[in-house]
Design a protein around this ligand. Sequence first.
Ligand SMILES: Nc1ncnc2c1ncn2[C@@H]1O[C@H](COP(=O)(O)OP(=O)(O)OP(=O)(O)O)[C@@H](O)[C@H]1O
Ligand SMILES: [Mg+2]
Length: 233
Amino acid sequence: MSLVELRDISRVYTSGDHALKALDGVNLNLEEGKLIVVLGPSGAGKSTLLNLLGGLDSPTSGSITVDGVDISRYTSDELAHYRAATVGFVFQFYNLIPTLTVYENVALVKQISENALSAREMIARVGLADHMDQFPAQLSGGEQQRVSIARALAKNPRILLCDEPTGALDSETGVMVLKLLLSMARDFGKTIIIVTHNQNIAKMADMVVRVKNGRIVSCEEQANPLSAEEVDW
Ligand SMILES: Nc1ncnc2c1ncn2[C@@H]1O[C@H](COP(=O)(O)OP(=O)(O)OP(=O)(O)O)[C@@H](O)[C@H]1O
Ligand SMILES: [Mg+2]
């Protein structure tokens, strides 16, 4: 059994008498501990897919089982528990709380996760030990994204969902942040799903999923993914 199994997933957005099929008959199996990269053009349905995996949204039809349990049938309370316990998020725009320090932003996860890891240790691992008491506005974009990575990992989720985590960074900083994200996800044995436009990250993936017009157009497993050192950045 795979950690995550999507069966015939559709997500239709309706407004008035107009219906838009953002996802259309998606089937996908994701294995525990793997790095999965999702590629596809704008509007393909990548964020919709991640939102469903993260319990931020529910499918119009189909089932999503995580560890054998169908989360598409969860009540909103059960979904809230799933989001708190099982998934971590890294988004394009960091989503840090501006009035809390770096340390406080990361330590906050103790309130939602029962098995949270040390905030101080995670902040040190992303290289920001000297910035614990600064506020997000006092940090660069790359530093802010490193805080959000520390926060996502401190929550200690089984699944890490990253939607264009470097979309707001310059390419050099983006590569640095992605390398950090991937090495930490590997170190902690996380299942990590990244939506990115960076083709180099795809070379490092265990599986590359291509999405177009709400459908999976290919799903390739890579037996020998490259390491960050082997990729020609
Ligand atoms: N909340 C929503 N209400 C209505 N339509 C939506 C909503 N969210 C997404 N859509 C539509 O669903 C389709 C898929 O959107 P989605 O955000 O999943 O694409 P994406 O692959 O993430 O694109 P991008 O690369 O631009 O982020 C698009 O046509 C989008 O306009
Ligand atoms: Mg998107």
